[in-house]
Design a protein around this ligand. Structure first.
Ligand SMILES: Cc1ncc(C[n+]2csc(CCOP(=O)(O)OP(=O)(O)O)c2C)c(N)n1
Ligand code: SF4
Ligand SMILES: [Mg+2]
Length: 303
């Protein structure tokens, strides 16, 4: 890769400074997680971005990411990451100083990560590709109008399904089954847990997943001022377990001490409004709570 093959724009505004100039929704939980992840990883990171909301951050030739950025189709970000990694390895073999090496990170939404890009991801993990993979999971194809994805949870209303009767795919378990270097769930509203995991992932080699739940005011239908509260409730109700996989073991990093009822999380979001109005849908509310209870019963409340 020549110096001109990637763009470093140290003088352009950073992701912190973009503020009102960003074409993103206020209160975007995906952006919050990306911001924090890049704070830890630093600018020597090439972001390989599958089509989705975060693609809007970059308007060629400008990027607020500080490092380099490559846009790929939804299905092929891991293949793009392979190409970037290979190019860097060739440069290293030709004598590029190690200090000039870059980290390679796929950035994708759940539509790409859980669905369209899963085959390319599986193959990249199998090849032992040295890359990070950050998923901002807003539980739908948000950029195109919150259609149902393989990450949409039971009971959520989407633009394609109405009241969705199905269960969110377990991407953490799918990755862990490949025995990669590292897999972690994170959320921008738990910044210390997030930073520790990103730091750990950055110190490793091989395939590493950072799976961030991304509260999405637009797709989930809540006031942007509530992003932090909703993110915290996802953890406190146990619907988004914070955990990591390493060396064949799964550890829960922040198990809720006393789990709150999952309703506390659901009731704040318009996508679940039909579970409460015009009358409570006891059956579905029970199903959702029972699934969360069953999860924690298998691992014990202390994680
Ligand atoms: C093969 C293909 N189908 C459809 C699209 C249109 N498209 C662009 S972004 C997007 C949504 C992607 O969803 P996700 O990966 O969850 O990211 P989000 O939009 O939620 O940020 C879709 C369907 C596309 N780019 N490529
Ligand atoms: S639709 Fe959701 S994920 Fe996309 S920019 Fe808006 S808040 Fe963020
Ligand atoms: Mg999405």
């Amino acid at each position: 890769m020549s110096e001109t093959a990637y763009i470093r724009m140290k003088d352009l505004p950073t992701i912190h400074q973009m503020g009102a100039g960003t074409p993103m929704c206020a209160g975007c939980g995906g952006l919050q997680a990306l911001h924090q992840v890049l704070d830890v990883l630093g600018e020597n990171t090439v972001v390989v971005n599958a089509a989705g909301c975060m693609t809007l951050l970059t308007i060629y030739p400008y990027t607020p990411l500080r490092g380099s950025w490559l846009y790929t189709s939804m299905a092929s970000a891991p293949a793009g990451a392979q190409g970037v990694r290979d190019a860097l390895d060739v440069l290293l073999a030709k004598g590029m100083p190690k200090e000039q090496d870059l980290k390679v990170m796929v950035l994708s939404g759940d539509g790409a990560a859980y669905g369209m890009g899963l085959s390319a991801t599986s193959a990249a993990i199998e090849r032992g590709l040295d890359f990070l993979y950050l998923v901002y999971d807003n539980e739908g194809y948000a950029n195109t109008g919150q259609q149902q994805s393989a990450a949409t949870p039971h009971g959520a209303r989407t633009s394609t399904t109405g009241d969705f009767h199905g269960w969110k795919k377990d991407l953490f378990a799918i990755w862990a089954a490949h025995r990669p270097a590292y897999v972690a769930t994170i959320i921008g509203t738990e910044p210390l847990d997030l930073a520790r995991k990103v730091e750990k992932a950055a110190s490793m080699k091989g395939p590493r997943l950072l799976l961030a739940l991304a509260p999405c005011p637009t797709g989930w239908d809540f006031d942007p001022a509530e992003t932090v509260e909703i993110g915290r409730l996802a953890v406190k109700t146990g619907i988004w377990p914070l955990k990591e996989y390493e060396n064949g073991r799964v550890t829960h990093t922040k198990p809720p001490k006393e789990r709150l009822p999952v309703e506390d999380y659901l009731i704040r979001q318009g996508r679940f409004r039909h579970l409460f109005q015009p009358q409570r849908d006891e059956k579905q509310l029970h199903e959702i709570q029972a699934a969360v209870d069953a999860y924690w019963a298998t691992i014990g409340e202390e994680g």
